[in-house]
Design a protein around this ligand. Structure first.
Ligand SMILES: [Zn+2]
Length: 303
């Protein structure tokens, strides 16, 4: 069977395969900021209990760096993070010479905790090995591409059908996650009204008092379904195009659970291209976002 995604997204090769690619917070895509610290090597490990209080009087380890272990043992050595390299009142030479070997060195430590395993692996290898890190399996999982499900195929197939006579327009289909059924489908009416983007119209169709009074395109293809949830709670939305900031905000206000979109909107897209509105930390609702991406280019795919 030819995947609907292939038909929807590509006019070229029927061998192209797709997956959903998560659009995640930039904090998961880059390393934490680094701070340069001065490190010294302890002469006699038996004096550690004297060294720690001494160093603490000079530079008390801040709570914000609790993800960093100040001491690191390796082989027969013990290294200690003294203070930031820019620290203006370092240890006096006589005391330094009493407890530490010759010279200090500079290393970088992450300013904030590593969130993902790949960040941790790089930081302990390239910077400071003494990091506190607990892997969050759910978070790790949320970073992975996911295969198209049967529901995805059905929805993308529906896009094909409702797009038949209007291929240029943007479309939106809202799905009830639990019952796995499409509830409403809309095209875009921005040529008639500046606010009636397909996402806005689809949300409006599910409201108790619809004001746009547009056609629910889904009703042409399946029996009309009643929505039982509040706003878009428990619903996902599939879009032919990445939403603009107005539509993305409307989805946030509507409490959508997941957004799947096919085409990026490079200049105005608010869920990955221009902004990542769903990752803003102070909003009162978070949702997941996936973009349909090609995973292999021209390789043979068994059907
Ligand atoms: Zn929009």
């Amino acid at each position: 069977m030819t995947s609907p995604a292939k038909r929807l997204c590509s006019s070229s090769s029927s061998l192209i395969k797709y997956q959903w690619h998560p659009i995640v917070d930039d904090d998961y895509l880059r390393l934490p900021n680094l701070i340069q610290m001065t490190v010294a090597r302890v002469k006699d490990r038996q004096l550690t209990s004297d060294i720690i209080p001494l160093i603490n009087t000079i530079y008390s380890w801040p709570h914000s760096l609790k993800h960093i272990r100040r001491l690191h043992k390796h082989d027969n050595h013990l290294d200690i993070l003294l203070y930031p390299s820019s620290f203006i009142t370092p240890l006096e030479k006589t005391e330094f010479d009493k407890y530490f070997e010759n010279e200090t060195r500079l290393i970088n430590i992450p300013e904030n905790p590593c969130l993902l395993k790949w960040q941790y692996d790089i930081c302990i290898k390239d910077h400071w090995p003494g990091l506190v890190f607990r892997e969050n399996k759910i978070l790790e999982q949320s970073q992975l591409n996911k295969d198209l499900t049967e529901q995805d195929d059905i929805i993308l197939d529906l896009f094909q059908k409702i797009q038949e006579n209007d291929k240029e327009s943007h479309y939106a289909i809202i799905v009830d996650n639990e019952r796995q059924i499409p509830l409403v489908g809309s095209r875009d009416y921005r040529d008639k009204h500046p606010l009636q983007h397909s996402t806005m119209v689809a949300i409006d169709l599910l409201a108790a008092d619809s004001v746009y009074l547009r056609e629910n395109l889904i009703e042409k293809f399946i029996e009309k379904q009643e929505k039982k949830t509040y706003l878009l709670n428990g619903c996902s939305i599939y879009l032919t195009h990445e939403p603009c900031i107005m539509c993305a905000m409307a989805l946030l206000h509507s409490r959508v659970s997941t957004v799947y979109y096919v085409n990026k909107h490079v200049h105005v897209g608010a869920l990955g291209s221009k902004y990542k509105l769903h990752t803003l930390k102070k909003t009162n609702h978070r949702f997941t976002v996936y973009h349909l991406e090609q995973i292999n280019n021209g390789d043979t795919v068994n059907s």
